[in-house]
Ligand binder design. Structure first.
Ligand SMILES: NC(=O)c1ccc[n+]([C@@H]2O[C@H](COP(=O)([O-])OP(=O)(O)OC[C@H]3O[C@@H](n4cnc5c(N)ncnc54)[C@H](OP(=O)(O)O)[C@@H]3O)[C@@H](O)[C@H]2O)c1
Length: 236
């Protein structure tokens, strides 16, 4: 069966990806910052032998390299760069990302987690992906990262990180082409996670089911593209 590596797998969209891939019979490498307190992942590991939990803070590049070394020789069909933040905390992050009130500390942290970390993950794991059958990397973007759809402003910190992530998708598609790797961005919709809150309009299970459908049907010719969880293209 194929194997997927998921960052930020202990809750939200990452946890649901873990669940749904386990149900499909995939091997899952679930990465999270604190495995000891990842109770839902631990419960899943007790149920599914195909689940391996790895400790990984994606901002810690030494940890990323160590994880890649531990997994040397392991084929990773799908690298799911999912871990991300909206801001230091939901209300505070949004309040402090405006023209009149910007927290540069929050913005720097956003760049670290949402842009530098996925890049480092790809740099460390490209050979694991290239040696697999499917050779797919998914970048968890956001509709808020669309430049052409941004007509209202605000949330500048988060928006710029997801637009940057999309730029990486496009640029790395060209660089990873010789390795046969397909890389694409995903807009998961506004989902009912800790980040999205209960006000969101998309159920986590539906978003993830749609995303996994996109992953299973994506073609090499689609590399460098951006899709939403329904498989529709999103405008940069
Ligand atoms: N929910 C939405 O409506 C929505 C919409 C568009 C895009 N997205 C994107 O989808 C992705 C997942 O979001 P979500 O809604 O599932 O958010 P979430 O419920 O807040 O979960 C975020 C996940 O990222 C992990 N994470 C954060 N910083 C990390 C770090 N330094 N190292 C490792 N893991 C880290 C968290 O781990 P901890 O538990 O350790 O904090 C958690 O597992 C994000 O990239 C987000 O930007 C979400």
């Amino acid at each position: 069966m194929p194997r997927v590596l998921i960052t930020g797998a202990n809750r939200g969209l990452g946890l649901e990806h873990t669940r749904q891939y386990l149900v499909k019979g995939w091997d899952v490498l679930a990465c999270c910052r604190t495995p000891a307190t990842a109770t839902e992942l631990i419960d899943l590991a007790n149920e599914y032998r195909a689940l391996e939990i790895h400790q990984l803070d994606v901002t810690n590049h030494t940890e990323i390299d160590e994880c890649a070394t531990i997994l040397a020789g392991t084929k990773i069909d799908v690298l799911l760069n999912n871990a991300g933040i909206l801001g230091a905390d939901l209300s505070m992050g949004l309040q402090h990302q405006t023209l009149s009130d910007m927290s540069y500390d929050i913005w720097r942290e956003l760049l670290e987690v949402n842009v530098l970390s996925p890049f480092k993950m790809i740099s460390a794991f490209q050979e694991h992906v290239a040696s697999s059958d499917m050779k797919i990397i998914m970048m968890m973007s956001s509709d808020l990262g669309s430049i052409s759809n941004n007509t209202v402003g605000g949330v500048h910190g988060y928006r710029t990180t997801k637009a940057s992530l999309n730029m990486l998708t496009k640029g790395l598609a060209a660089e990873l082409e010789p390795l046969g790797i397909t890389i694409f961005s995903m807009a998961p919709g506004w989902c009912k996670t800790d980040m999205g809150t209960e006000l969101a309009d998309v159920e986590v299970v539906d978003s993830v089911a749609g995303q996994q459908c996109v992953i299973s049907t994506i073609q090499f010719a689609d590399s460098g593209s951006w899709f939403n969880y329904n498989g529709d293209p999103v405008s940069w």
